[in-house]
Design a protein around this ligand. Structure first.
Ligand code: ADP
Length: 501
């Protein structure tokens, strides 16, 4: 009978899923069940007669002895390890967390304790993970809010949220996202949330503005997700403060815009320069070729007139050569002026002089190139007009517009020069009755290398007026014109009487 009882007891013991370890009052193991053997990594019966210490990690041995003796004194059934973590030691030496309940009993006058042991490794691990996740939530510097799906009232807000928004959790529990968001209306917001409620989408993301308790606002990216808190449907909102990102993006956009503008300008300048270069090259080749071939012809012909009585013919060709060389010299000087003007290398030389002196010189030279029947009218009594200016530049300007007047007017026409001086400035007009400038070309006349359509068959470089204009601007003067095609043009130069030094 006794044997039978013992067998039944054994079968029952092994059927229990918790580990069962029975020890006597000397902490000797008298019985273990299958679960306990498995849990601690021993074979059946291997633990019997061993000291209980074998199942307890080394560093707990001392403490455990005292606990055990204390327990034996009071002999109350209780849960072990209150307020501290318990660990078991496996046969292979590894340590694992356990939970144990102690049940004292007495048989034949002897005291025993039956310990029910549960391996809680898995539970501990889950607990750790939960704590870890909770910490991430709590400590994250991103703002995390949880609010009720129905009432929209906040349930929780992490440290980052409370810190940035300025409300405590207590204050927040009385508020909804609409209170933090000056752009939201409740109906709008609920409509947005409905998409999540319908489970049509897993998460929504949008950019908006949050308003702090202090009233200040900041741009945010909101990520919203539906979640469960027990049975309760809640929304989890993760909020990213994007102030810096915004500032950075704005700055970047501005820089890109600026650079694009700069590039565009540089490109336009480059294209303009290219265009000028092409025009310049075709002009140079044309303007140099014509006089050069003239010179070549004259020199060849000169060679043929060997007789003394052919002197007149020789002189004619020598004059042609001189003319053309002079012309080439003028264009070359013009090119050099452009280069100097561009580099700002000009030193103006200011002196006091009578305007009549400059005028007479210009008229004298102009008379040499007048066409048949052309005549220049100019004021003869201007001895009282003096200037303190760069004489050479005034001469260059005046001769440029006068030579143009001659060049662009036919034979038998009159050119009128008028001069006036007021308190501050001197004004010179040169009027011709020539071919004039087509209206569509007038806006470009002072552009470098520009030549009006009706002038293209005549000699010229399109440089002269450009140089004159640059010089006059440098000297605080102006040049302007009025012109009617087929009728004539008036060019006007105005210069300060006294250069400002
Ligand atoms: P160029 O005479 O060598 O071509 P300019 O710079 O002196 O160069 O003149 C530029 C253009 O202005 C001329 O090609 C011509 O089309 C026009 N122009 C200048 N003066 C006159 C004028 N008096 N009458 C008509 N067209 C003129």
């Amino acid at each position: 009978m006794f044997q039978q009882n013992q067998d039944i007891f054994k079968v029952l013991l092994d059927a229990v899923s918790e580990g069962v370890v029975i020890v006597d009052e000397h902490q000797k193991i008298v019985e273990t069940n299958d679960s306990a053997n498995q849990m601690f990594g021993y074979a059946k019966g291997e633990l019997v007669k061993q000291s209980l210490n074998i199942l307890i990690p080394q560093n707990y041995h001392a403490g455990h002895g005292a606990h055990f003796n204390g327990f034996m004194k009071h002999k109350a059934r209780r849960q072990m390890g209150h307020g501290r973590d318990l660990f078991g030691a496996k046969k292979d030496g590894s340590v694992f967390p356990v939970e144990a309940g102690l049940n004292p009993f007495t048989i034949y006058g002897k005291d025993y304790v039956m310990a029910l042991v549960i391996d809680i490794s898995e539970r501990k691990y889950m607990e750790q993970e939960r704590n870890h996740l909770a910490n991430i939530f709590k400590e994250s510097l991103n703002e995390i809010y949880v609010f009720d799906a129905k009432t929209l009232k906040y349930i929780n807000a992490n440290y980052g949220a409370q810190k940035n928004i300025g409300y405590s959790l207590e204050e927040l529990t009385d508020m909804t996202p609409i209170d933090l968001n000056p752009n939201f209306t409740e109906s709008q917001f609920r409509m947005q949330l409905n998409e999540l409620n319908d489970k049509a989408i897993e998460k929504i993301q949008f950019e908006t503005i949050h308003q702090r308790k202090s009233g200040s606002t900041y741009p945010v990216n909101v990520y919203l997700q539906l979640s469960k808190l027990g049975d309760r449907a809640v929304f989890v909102a993760i909020i990213l403060d994007i102030t810096e990102q915004k500032n950075y993006t704005e700055k970047l956009e501005k820089t890109v815009e600026l650079r694009t503008e700069e590039l565009k300008t540089a490109l336009a300048t480059e294209m303009e320069l290219n265009d000028l270069k092409t025009k310049f090259l075709s002009m140079v080749s044309h303007e140099f070729k014509t006089p050069l071939s003239g010179i070549l012809t004259s020199t060849m012909l000169l060679n043929k007139y060997k007789l003394t009585e052919q002197q007149e013919k020789r002189e004619k060709h020598i004059n042609t050569i001189t003319d053309k060389v002079q012309y080439l010299n003028t264009i070359l000087n013009d090119f050099l002026s452009v280069e100097k003007l561009e580099k700002g290398k000009i030193n103006y030389k200011f002196t006091s002089f009578k305007l009549s002196k400059v005028l007479n010189e210009v008229i004298y030279n102009a008379n040499m190139i007048l066409k048949k029947g052309q005549h220049i009218n100019y004021p003869e009594h201007i001895d009282d007009i003096s200037l303190f200016q760069d004489e050479k530049i005034l001469e260059l300007s005046l001769s440029n517009i006068l030579y143009n007047a001659i060049k662009y007017s036919p034979e038998n026409t009159v050119i009128d020069i008028t001069i006036s001086q007021n308190k501050n400035t001197t004004i010179i007009n040169v009027t011709d009755n020539g071919m004039g400038i087509p209206e569509k070309d007038q806006k470009n006349i002072f552009n470098r290398y520009f030549r009006a359509e009706n002038a293209l068959l005549m000699q010229g470089t399109g440089i002269g007026l450009n140089i004159v204009k640059d010089h006059l601007v440098n000297l605080n003067g102006t040049i302007s014109f009025e012109s009617v095609e087929h009728q004539g043009s008036t060019f006007t130069i105005e210069l300060p009487n006294k250069a400002a030094i």
